[in-house]
Write a protein that binds this ligand. Structure first.
Ligand code: ADP
Length: 437
C-alpha cells in the first residue's frame, strides 16, 4: 500500500474514532447541559411562584375543593401542583421523574419544595417537560451522524490530495535519481524542487552516495584498462615469438608441437581477456546505442557469418517473421554479437542433423525473437546459472569459455531487453528475447 493512502486511511480512521466517541457521548453531553439550564429555570419559577403566593395569597392558585392546585399548559411541557403536606422540607430538590396527563405518562425534570401559608404546609411541585429535549437529542444524533460522515469523506479526499502534493517531490526524487539512472555515469545531480527538509536531506544523501559509487566505478574502469593492457601486450609478444620459433627450420617437430600447444593456450587467454574487457566496457556504458537496427536483416547477417558451421553439422535453420521490427536505439555490432552467441550455442549444443527455428512476432508491447534448437538441452537446476561467468555444464567436449551467455546478458541489459529461457534435456532449448516496442 502506498504511503499516501496509508496516511489518508490513518487520518480517516482516527477521525472516525473521535466522531463515533463524540456521537456516543452526545446524548449525555446535551442531557447535562439541558439539565443545568432546566434546573436554573425551575429554581427561577419556584422563586417567582413563592413571591406570587406571598403577594396574592395561595387562594388565587389553590383549588378550593380539595385544597390542591394543578396548572398544566396545553402542550404539556410544564406543570405546577400545590398540595397540603405534613412536613416542611429544608430546601428544594430536583430530579428526573414522570407525570401522568390524561393517561399519558410523560418524562419531566421535577422540582419539589415546601411552603408555609397561613400556618399550613404545602408541597409545591414544578415540572419541565423532557419530551422535546429527548426529541432534540434524537434529531441531533441523526444529523450529527450524517454530517460527520460527510465531513470524514471530505477530509479523506482532502488528505489524499494534500499527501499527493506533499509526496510529489519524493516521487520526483525516486524517478530522477533512482529509476531513470541506468548507470552511475549518467546520474543527474541537479536538485529537485521541494520545500520539505527531509526530502532535501534524502536527495543530498543519494547524491553523496552516487559520488562514492562513481569513484568506485572509475577506479574499477582504470584498473581493468590497465590490467588488460599489461596482459595483452606480453601475450602478443609471446605469440609472435612462438610464431618465429615454429617457422624456424631449426626447431624440431616435437618442439614445434609443444610450441603450438602453448600458442593455443595464449590464443585462449587472449580471447578471455578481450571478452572480459568487452563485458566491462558494456557495463560501464562505454558504447553508444543510437542506431536503427532491423532485427530480421541482422539475423540474416549472423546466419551468413555462421553458415559454414551449420553445413558442417548438417543443421537446418528456419525463420518465421510475423512482422518486421526495427529496434530504434541499438548498437548494431553488440546486437550482432548477442545473436551470434545465441545462434552459435544453438549449433554447438545441437545434435547432428538438428534444427534451429527462429521466430519473430509482436506480443503485447514487445517484439519477441525466439531461438529454438533441437539440441542437448539444459538441466532445470542449471538454468538459473547459465548467465554466470565461466559456468559450463555438460559441454561434451564442445569448445568454449563459459563467457558466451554472460556477454548475451550484458548486451541485453545494456539494451533493456528481457530474456527468458526454456529448456528440456535431450529435446532442446528456447531463448526468448523481448525487445520493447
Ligand atoms: P560456452 O558455450 O562457451 O561454454 P556459454 O556462456 O555460451 O559458454 O554457455 C554456458 C553453458 O550453457 C554452456 O557450457 C552449455 O552447457 C550451456 N548452454 C548454452 N547454450 C545452450 C544451448 N543452446 N543448449 C544447451 N546448452 C546450452
Amino acid at each position: 500500500m502506498r504511503l499516501q493512502l496509508k496516511f489518508a486511511l490513518f487520518n480517516t480512521f482516527s477521525k472516525m474514532l473521535i466522531v463515533v466517541a463524540f456521537w456516543l457521548l452526545l446524548p449525555t453531553f446535551i442531557d447535562n447541559i439541558a439539565s443545568i439550564h432546566m434546573d436554573k429555570k425551575l429554581v427561577g419559577k419556584m422563586e417567582k411562584m413563592k413571591k406570587l403566593i406571598q403577594k396574592g395569597g395561595i387562594n388565587q392558585i389553590k383549588d378550593e375543593e380539595d385544597c390542591s392546585y394543578g396548572d398544566y399548559n396545553l402542550l404539556k411541557d410544564e406543570y405546577i401542583t400545590v398540595e397540603p403536606y405534613p412536613n416542611q422540607l429544608d430546601t428544594f430538590n430536583i430530579k428526573d421523574g414522570h407525570h401522568s396527563f390524561e393517561g399519558e405518562n410523560l418524562p419531566y425534570r421535577v422540582l419539589n419544595t415546601t411552603l408555609v401559608y397561613e400556618g399550613q404546609i404545602y408541597m409545591m411541585e414544578i415540572g419541565e417537560g423532557l419530551t422535546s429535549m429527548h426529541l432534540l437529542i434524537k434529531i441531533l444524533k441523526k444529523y450529527t451522524f450524517e454530517w460527520m460522515s460527510l465531513f470524514i469523506f471530505l477530509t479523506l479526499l482532502l488528505d489524499l490530495t494534500f499527501s499527493r502534493f506533499l509526496l510529489a517531490p519524493l516521487n520526483r526524487i525516486i524517478n530522477k535519481k533512482l529509476k531513470e539512472t541506468r548507470h552511475p555515469s549518467n546520474f543527474d545531480f541537479s536538485s529537485s524542487k521541494s520545500s520539505t527538509k527531509d526530502f532535501k536531506y534524502l536527495e543530498e544523501s543519494i547524491n553523496e552516495m552516487m559520488h562514492k559509487i562513481q569513484n568506485a566505478f572509475n577506479i574499477e574502469k582504470e584498473f581493468i584498462t590497465n590490467v588488460s593492457h599489461e596482459l595483452l601486450t606480453p601475450i602478443s609478444i609471446l605469440q609472435s615469438k612462438i610464431e618465429t620459433l615454429v617457422s624456424d627450420p631449426k626447431t624440431s617437430e616435437e618442439v614445434s608441437l609443444k610450441l603450438l600447444d602453448s600458442q593455443k593456450t595464449l590464443i585462449r587467454l587472449n580471447k578471455i581477456i578481450k571478452t572480459l574487457l568487452l563485458i566491462s566496457k558494456i557495463e560501464n556504458e562505454q558504447y553508444i546505442k543510437e542506431e536503427k537496427v532491423d532485427l530480421k536483416i541482422l539475423i540474416i547477417e549472423v546466419i551468413e557469418e555462421i553458415e559454414e558451421r551449420l553445413t558442417e553439422k548438417n543443421i537446418t535453420i528456419t525463420q518465421n517473421w510475423e512482422d518486421d521490427f526495427v529496434f530504434s536505439k541499438g548498437n548494431k555490432s553488440l546486437l550482432f554479437t548477442m545473436f551470434f552467441n545465441l545462434i552459435s550455442n544453438a549449433i554447438k549444443y545441437n545434435k547432428p542433423d538438428g534444427k534451429i527455428i527462429i521466430n519473430g512476432y509482436s506480443q503485447k508491447k514487445n517484439f519477441v525473437v525466439e531461438i529454438t534448437d533441437t539440441g542437448v538441452g539444459i538441466e532445470k537446476s542449471n538454468l538459473p546459472h547459465i548467465f554466470e561467468r565461466f559456468k559450463r555444464f555438460d559441454s561434451r567436449g564442445v569448445e568454449g569459455y563459459g563467457l558466451g551467455l554472460p556477454i548475451v546478458k550484458t548486451i541485453s541489459i545494456f539494451h533493456d531487453i528481457n530474456i527468458e529461457v526454456n529448456s528440456e534435456v535431450n529435446k532442446g532449448s528456447t531463448f526468448r528475447l523481448f525487445f520493447k516496442e
